[in-house]
Design a protein around this ligand. Structure first.
Ligand SMILES: Nc1ncnc2c1ncn2[C@@H]1O[C@H](COP(=O)(O)OP(=O)(O)OP(=O)(O)O)[C@@H](O)[C@H]1O
Ligand SMILES: [Mg+2]
Length: 256
């Protein structure tokens, strides 16, 4: 039995009196593709904020690759191989699609700023490599032809795809995707689904938060369901989607 790559132990996050996440436990094995669903405000983004180090004041423990990472800064966590795609992205709007992706390749760049300052040959070589890698990443997300467009001028759906390419540029072992399919067209959705399958085939561990339950059920062999910050189900899609607690959580929201 493999050791889990990510262990979440009793994660609890409070905002004043509100408990956005309550005693959340989860083990994820390397290479798993796991869907996280739940009604609006159930704590999905909060969960990603804790794992990625965006919130540092919380209760519980996060263990990644056998080491405790709770309390580390987002950049330290990113360097350990956890990449996160935000529900809405932070793009460099005035630079090109390719440049945005290339900048993310720098995140894992070993060359330090001194070398870049003196423009050493090693640095120049890495820069060329990173540009080539960035170009390769744009292909599967359907952005190769838009590589020279300004990120700020991209249609919404393509911004989301660029966000995924940027996260991949950091060469992650664990990828956290927060609603990569929200507000995008049917064709773009197909691109994202194919991309996620490709990542799974490469052995990258993926946590996918998505409101399109059908899409999640189709591609994720395991689903976790949140309701009011609590984990109410964890299992195979056919188990989870027929679970009474899950159905009630969703119906409760629909009926207001
Ligand atoms: N910075 C914050 N300050 C106060 N309350 C917050 C903050 N962030 C989230 N919350 C609250 O915590 C709860 C969980 O929010 P969260 O964003 O994690 O939900 P979610 O499942 O991602 O929702 P959605 O599906 O709408 O994206 C909600 O009640 C939300 O209002
Ligand atoms: Mg959210």
């Amino acid at each position: 039995m493999a050791m889990p790559i990510l262990e979440l132990r009793k994660l609890t996050k409070r905002f004043g009196n509100l408990m956005a996440l309550r005693e959340f436990d989860l083990d994820i094995n390397q290479g798993e593709l796991i869907g996280v669903i739940g009604p609006n405000g159930s704590g999905k983004t909060t969960l990603f904020n804790l794992i990625s180090g965006y919130y540092r004041h919380f209760e519980g423990e996060i263990i990644y690759g056998g080491k405790r990472i709770s309390g580390l800064r987002p950049d330290q966590i990113a360097r350990k191989g956890i990449a996160r795609v935000f529900q809405s992205y932070m793009l460099y709007e005035d630079t090109s699609v390719l440049e945005n992706t290339t900048r993310c390749c720098y995140l894992r760049c070993e060359t330090n700023s001194w070398q870049s300052f003196f423009n050493t040959s090693r640095y120049r070589k890495e820069e060329v490599n990173q540009r080539a890698e960035a170009e390769e990443l744009l292909q599967p997300v359907g952005l190769a032809e838009l590589r020279d467009s300004l990120a700020g001028k991209l249609p919404y759906g393509y911004c989301r795809l660029l966000g995924v390419a940027m996260a991949l540029a950091t060469n992650p072992t664990l990828l956290l995707l927060d609603e990569p399919m929200a507000g995008i067209s049917h064709d773009e959705k197909g691109l994202v689904i194919n991309l996620i399958k490709k990542l799974r085939d490469q052995g990258i561990t993926v946590m996918l938060v998505e409101h399109d339950v059908k899409a999640v059920v189709d591609i994720c062999p395991r689903l976790v369901v949140l309701d009011f910050g609590r984990k109410i189900a964890d299992g195979r899609p056919e188990e989870v989607t027929t679970d009474r607690k899950v159905i009630e959580a969703y119906l409760g929201v629909e009926q207001g």
